[in-house]
Design a protein around this ligand. Structure first.
Ligand code: GTP
Length: 339
């Protein structure tokens, strides 16, 4: 079984962290995010994955190489100019080895979707494309998907102000080879704005499949934080982690000062120093950072090599690599990981 993993986006909503590291390579529970997806795909029987790269393409190959350490064969398709989600799929198609249906994964979805069941549904339904669907409280930020009683998709409206339903595209698909080949080559194509509406308009078999396992799009500061905490506390499943839930994850080489309190799924990066009496709740601290004594961090993301002064308060804030917060400063933001 083969998969294409879409990893070429700029991840603008996670700036400034994504100015130096592409979103799919940002650490979640201490490892590059797509490691969780790649191992989940392997668990489902996928043996070859094409990474559709564009933004900071070299970082993926530098880290994962041929995939042998993950027990997978990895290939890299590179877009010199980003081709959008559909153009990226078409560009990656030339790297596929077989001719069966292909699993497509957005490089920002953390979840426990049953990929084997999804491929079975696709095959038994003789589908051109099968979409994973979820119900969400606010569908306006997603592709809204209308289905008929048999689960066949009758409309796909990307990011509409007037959603016809709360059922949305959850960012994992199965495509037949013919459906991939039908995407026009060599130009920008959005699978959400062009390919899905066209397939539906042509009467092709586009099926939706509900699966209510854990699912989170980690593409915003709040969901990026929540994904980290959920992995640490065991709420989110991952084939890449030891299954034992914990309250915190302290990575190798980190130093935790006397009386410091860590909670809520907080991650402390490699070689990061946390000062005495500091309090870190639901926060993610990247590698090589320093948190001063008595600092209080809640719902915070702190980039690599950043320095937080003693006694500073950081709440609901995402700080980039090498950020400096003076001692005693108060930074109160709006990253609502709670709830
Ligand atoms: P934002 O800028 O914050 O919206 O993030 P993004 O750039 O990742 O965009 P979005 O979340 O809509 O992308 C969904 C998935 O498609 C992500 O895994 C992206 O990496 C990927 N993606 C988006 N655009 C492209 C592209 O032009 N080429 C490739 N190869 N992948 C893309």
């Amino acid at each position: 079984m083969e998969a294409i993993l879409l990893v070429g986006g700029q991840g603008t909503r996670l700036r400034p962290l994504t100015l130096t590291t592409p979103k799919p390579m940002l650490p979640l529970a201490g490892i590059p995010f797509i490691t969780h997806q790649l191992l989940r795909a392997r668990q489902a029987g996928v043996d070859h994955v094409v990474l559709a790269t564009s933004y900071k393409a070299a970082m993926f190959r530098d880290h994962f190489g041929d995939g042998a350490t993950l027990g997978l064969a990895l290939s890299y398709a590179v877009e010199h100019e980003p081709l959008g989600t559909g153009g990226a799929l078409r560009n990656a198609t030339g790297h596929l080895r077989g001719d069966g249906p292909v699993i497509i994964l957005n490089g920002d979805v953390l979840g426990g979707l049953d990929l084997v069941a999804m491929v079975d549904h696709h095959r038994h339904g003789a589908a051109d494309v099968t979409l994973h669907l979820r119900r969400v409280p606010d569908p306006t930020a997603y592709g809204v998907v209308t289905t008929d009683r048999d689960g066949r998709v009758s409309a796909f409206d990307e990011k509409t102000d007037r959603p016809a339903t709360d059922q949305v595209n959850a960012g994992t698909y199965v495509f037949s080879r013919a459906a991939l080949q039908a995407i026009p080559p060599g130009r920008v194509v959005s699978v959400e704005r062009e390919t899905f509406p066209r397939l539906i308009g042509e009467g092709r078999r586009v099926l939706g499949l509900h699966d209510d396992a854990y699912w989170l799009d980690i593409g915003t500061p709040a969901t990026y934080l929540r994904g980290n905490c959920d992995l640490v506390t065991g709420l989110a499943p991952s084939a890449a982690l030891d299954a034992t839930p914990a309250d915190t994850l302290v990575l190798a080489g980190a130093e935790i000062g006397d009386g410091a309190e860590l909670s809520g799924g907080t991650v402390v990066g490699h070689r990061t120093a946390v000062g005495a009496q500091a309090q870190l709740c639901r926060s993610v601290i990247f590698d090589d950072a320093a948190i001063g004594a008595g600092a209080r961090l809640t719902d915070a993301v702190v980039g690599r090599g950043a320095r937080i002064g003693a006694g500073a308060v950081v709440d609901g804030v995402m700080l980039g690599d090498r950020a400096e917060v003076p001692p005693g400063a108060r930074l109160i933001g709006a990253v609502p990981v709670r709830g």
